[in-house]
Design a protein around this ligand. Structure first.
Ligand code: 13P
Length: 256
């Protein structure tokens, strides 16, 4: 059975003191939920180290929201895998749709980042998902298949097993209009089928798949009850401790 995983993507929110306060509120309660679920906080780069120090020993993990694939050098504004590990990250989000839409992230770049992350011992959360236009024209499955194939190209089965894939339909992000549990489960099935064709049934069964897009404490159970969905990547609702804990609790209770 796959272990549940809830990650909070804080996006461009929280100063260092605000981030530490939120992380503290979560990690101080972690004993109540950490046995049932992996929990990952993904603050902006500036707050990563302080948040990692605050949650140390609690079992709560820290991730970054992006990374660059080169190890070091003249890459103004970029952050390397080694720097993330040094700052206390064990995870990194790669290929978020906001980066794809606004910052020129391509499947090829996602692939390079994934390989660099794995080589550095960081566990990647690979984001995939279709736009509303792609869903309406009936190409959602094909788009997501292509994104998964692009991300995992040349990655070994062993390494692939450690990755998490977050299915985040673009039209559901920050809109309050979440997918249905059934549609999320169906796309998680497409992702697993794609991985099974690239690797084997063992790998596709090992990879954990999250749903993301307007997840709230009140709708988490609908996703958590789906057999192919192993957790959530949460944006807005991860910025309040009570909401994020509500989501974690709904996940754990639904998988009991
Ligand atoms: P919301 O939960 O705010 O819709 O954001 C989802 C997301 O993009 C997480 O990466």
């Amino acid at each position: 059975m796959r272990r549940s995983i809830i990650a909070g993507n804080w996006k461009m929110n929280k100063t260092i003191p605000d981030g530490v306060a939120l992380a503290g509120a979560l990690s101080d309660d972690a004993a109540e939920f950490i046995d049932g679920c992996d929990v990952v906080l993904c603050p902006p780069f500036t707050a990563v180290k302080a948040v990692a120090d605050r949650v140390a020993e609690s079992g709560v993990d820290v991730g970054a929201q992006d990374v660059f694939w080169e190890a070091s050098g003249a890459f103004t504004g970029e952050v390397s895998c080694e720097m993330l590990v040094d700052a206390g990250c064990s995870w990194v989000i790669i290929g978020h749709s906001e980066r794809r839409a606004m910052f020129g992230e391509t499947d090829d770049k996602v692939n390079k980042k994934m390989k660099a992350a794995i080589a550095a011992g960081l566990k990647p959360i690979i984001c995939v998902g279709e736009t509303l236009a792609q869903r309406e024209e009936g190409s959602a499955d094909e788009v997501v298949r292509r994104q998964v194939e692009g991300a995992f190209a040349g990655v070994s089965g062993d390494d692939a097993s450690k990755a998490v894939v977050a299915y985040e339909p673009v039209w559901a992000i920050g809109t309050g209009r979440a997918s249905t549990g059934e549609d999320a489960n169906s796309m998680a099935g497409v992702i697993r089928d794609t991985l099974a064709k690239l690797y084997s049934g063992d790998v596709s069964e090992a990879v954990r798949i999250q749903y993301g897009g307007s997840v709230k404490p009140g709708n988490m159970a609908e996703f958590a009850q789906q057999p192919e969905v192993d957790g959530a990547l949460v944006g807005g609702a991860s910025l309040k401790a009570a909401d994020f804990i509500g989501i974690i609790t709904a996940m754990i209770d639904s998988k009991k």
